[in-house]
Design a protein around this ligand. Structure first.
Ligand code: IPM
Ligand code: MG
Length: 368
């Protein structure tokens, strides 16, 4: 049998720097744990635009459809701000999500004990925090038609459409319930059923899926604005949150910041199972390309490394090895190793990107 395949799309800004550390981690699992992958690399975002005039070449898209999992770094940067909307770096990312039909975006917000003081909330509110946001990723106002800037009564009008089919709500609800069963068995669904018809349908379908197939899972519903408030008031009340594409974009940033640093947070975007039983999948850090620090060796590679841990867990059924990698990151934090994003005002010299990667490798080695 051939090895499982990985396509690495490091992208822009700090993407290539953090991905370099992930490659070392992958090599370690190959050498020490017998987990070998067939790895290919390609361009996405601004890097692809510079080379090909498009943020995602068709050949890259085709490769992404064929591999077992895609690992993505980050896209975007000020250099591309003036580009036409259709070729902006972000369009490459959105095309991958849409064409691979990665409808379930898993964004864990977990507070590492060693970082409890980093949150803008009181440590007791966030210590031990472990939330999973499941964001619908291929529909809603990000993709709904009609969309565009049109001329109406002598002025321009910008239009985006919030649109959800029952099937789209059904499948992401199932993903959330399945996850909840492996965690604390609670799902909170968030929408704006008080003002939006799409929210009314969302609530009905989530409830129906629950009643038919997941009656054992505890389900609650919340308006998304209240959800934002509750996330900063008492985040530990949540286990799994399921919500639409746009609310999920906002709420996952809120949840992420509860933990103190975007530099720690991974994500998985999953679609339907392929012929080999693995889900279509792309793994990426929640942070962006951070152009302000790119090229300086300051970026925290943890989020990207933890995204690879999610790949081990969700694509390759290697839960124990994922645990090992997550424990290595946790160990390094407990030892006080800090990249610049984790330093607040305490002074001292921050650990560089590659030093952080090396510390995680050393912790992996010590785990054997
Ligand atoms: C995210 C990002 C993207 C989004 C951007 C880069 C298109 O904010 O993954 O949360 O809006 O989905
Ligand atoms: Mg976002």
């Amino acid at each position: 049998m051939s090895n499982p395949s990985l396509l690495i799309l490091a992208g822009d800004g700090i993407g290539p720097e953090v991905m370099d550390e992930v490659k070392k981690i992958i090599a370690w699992f190959d050498a020490k744990r017998g987990l070998s992958f067939d790895i290919s690399e390609d361009l996405v975002g601004g890097a692809a635009y510079d080379a090909h005039g498009t943020p995602l070449h068709d050949d890259t898209m085709a490769k992404a459809q064929e591999v077992d999992a895609v690992l993505l770094g980050a896209v975007g940067g000020p250099k591309y701000d003036e580009l036409d909307f259709s070729v902006k770096p972000e369009r490459g990312l959105l095309r991958l999500r849409k064409e691979m039909d990665l409808f379930a975006n898993l964004r864990p917000a977990q507070c590492f004990d060693a970082l409890a003081d980093f949150s803008s909330l009181k440590p007791e509110l966030i210590s031990g925090l472990d939330i999973m946001i499941v964001r619908e990723l291929t529909s809603g106002s990000y993709f709904g038609e009609p969309r565009g800037i049109f001329e109406e009564d002598g002025q321009r009008v910008g239009i985006n459409t919030q649109r959800y089919t029952e099937a789209e709500i059904d499948r992401v609800a199932r993903a959330a319930f399945d996850l909840a069963r492996k965690r604390n068995n609670r799902v909170c669904s968030m929408e704006k059923a008080n003002v939006m018809e799409s929210g009314i349908l969302w609530r009905e379908v989530v409830q129906a899926v629950h009643d038919a197939d997941y009656p054992d899972v505890e389900l609650s519903h919340m308006y998304a604005d209240n959800g934002g408030m509750q996330l900063v008031r008492n985040p530990k009340q949540f286990d799994v949150i399921v919500t639409d594409n746009l609310f999920g974009d906002l709420l996952s940033d809120v949840a992420a910041m509860l933990t103190g640093s975007l530099g720690m947070l991974p994500s998985a975007s999953l679609g339907a199972p392929m012929e080999n039983g693995r889900p279509k999948a792309m793994y990426e850090p929640v942070h962006g390309s951070a152009p302000d620090i790119s090229g300086e060796g300051k970026a925290n590679p943890s989020a990207c490394i933890l995204s690879f841990a999610m790949a081990l867990r969700y694509s390759f059924d290697e839960g124990a090895e994922a645990d090992r990698l997550e424990a290595a990151v946790e160990k390094v934090l407990a030892d006080g190793v800090r990249t610049a994003d984790l330093m607040q005002a305490e002074g001292g010299t921050p650990t560089s990107t590659s030093e952080m990667g090396a510390a995680i490798l050393a912790a992996l080695e010590a785990s054997l």
